[in-house]
Design a protein around this ligand. Structure first.
Ligand SMILES: Nc1ncnc2c1ncn2[C@@H]1O[C@H](COP(=O)(O)OP(=O)(O)OP(=O)(O)O)[C@@H](O)[C@H]1O
Ligand SMILES: [Mg+2]
Length: 293
């Protein structure tokens, strides 16, 4: 497939082995990389996966496959021996599991019984009321719902779905921003690979509700749903990945009965020429220019 990331230097491999940086408590000598395991997505990343302790936002319009992406990663991760926790702020957990089994044949309940996965629901309204109540009382440092929440297992991967469900439960943006900061800190502390779902317009040029989310995140992956000749096609863009290099162009994908499938680039040229929103085009050109240097 054209456009997959070609490993230039072996810098990250060295980092993986701990040969580069000097160790300290906050910056451990070895940063373990876990593969995302969503079809060929890992091939788009220099590291072929994401760092433990990192948080990546998966954002896009309605129905672009955000939930499927996260659960595909957790499910295949669990099959490979890594534990996964899926935290839903929105959908009912029984429904989620039912849809994943029906649509893709992923038996999440079986993995839950084996202690490899947990799908839990957190009430976004309760969380928001609690945070806003705490802030109103101005009680010292804010350590909220999630730090109290006992995860049923020690996760290697966590998915949080979704920030938008959470944000609409908040009455004021300041509290939401504060909570998001706490949430990201809490996720980081698990030393797991964290995926956080966001929500945007169908073809976004704004990638999160307040902007603070994409600033806090280590990585941002944007999912597009592009109308072309009366049909909709999907493409992803890795907008940001602090941990290392990644493919800079848009990459097509589709959702099939096997879940996410990354598509070859050639099929995408025509679509990408005509249909992208202005800013995304500019971003793309900018990223390409940087790459060419
Ligand atoms: N077996 C399947 N074959 C093909 N496409 C499927 C299949 N199952 C689901 N889909 C597609 O996946 C889409 C939903 O994916 P998903 O729920 O992961 O999206 P989402 O971005 O999380 O949506 P939302 O914005 O509602 O949270 C459906 O709209 C449907 O088009
Ligand atoms: Mg969803």
């Amino acid at each position: 497939m054209m456009g997959l990331f070609k490993r230039g230097s072996e810098k990250k491999a060295a980092k993986n082995k701990g040969a580069e940086s000097s160790p300290c408590a906050k910056h451990p000598e070895v940063i373990e990389i876990l593969p995302v395991l969503v079809d060929r997505f890992d091939e788009l990343l220099q590291d072929q996966g994401l760092e433990r302790g990192s948080t990546t936002i998966i954002t896009g319009g309605a129905g672009t496959g955000k939930t499927t992406f996260c659960l595909q990663s957790l499910y295949h991760g669990a099959l490979a021996g890594d534990k996964g926790v899926y935290i839903s702020f929105e959908e009912d957990t029984v429904k989620i599991k039912h849809h994943m089994l029906k649509n893709f044949g992923w038996d999440i309940e079986k993995l839950e019984k084996q202690g490899m996965m947990a799908v839990i629901k957190v009430d976004s309204s309760k969380t928001a009321r609690m945070v806003e109540g705490t802030l109103a009382k101005e009680v010292g440092a804010l350590r909220i719902e999630l730090s109290k929440m006992k995860l049923p297992l020690k996760p290697d991967r966590i998915a949080v779905d979704s920030l938008s469900a959470l944000s609409i439960a908040f009455e004021n943006e300041r509290s939401y921003r504060k909570y998001v900061r706490e949430l990201f800190e809490m996720l980081e502390s698990y030393n797991s690979v964290n995926l956080v779902v966001g929500e945007t317009e169908q073809n976004p040029d704004v990638y999160s509700r307040t902007g603070v989310e994409e600033f806090l995140a280590d990585g941002v992956v944007v999912l597009y749903n592009i109308k072309h000749k009366g049909r909709r096609k999907n493409a992803l863009e890795i907008l940001k990945m602090r941990s290392g290099g990644h493919v800079k162009q848009m990459v097509g994908y589709k959702i099939t009965s096997k879940g996410w499938q990354v598509q070859v680039e050639e099929e995408w040229e025509e679509v990408l020429r005509g249909e992208l929103p202005k800013q995304a085009k500019a971003k793309k050109i900018h990223l390409r220019k940087m790459k060419d240097k």
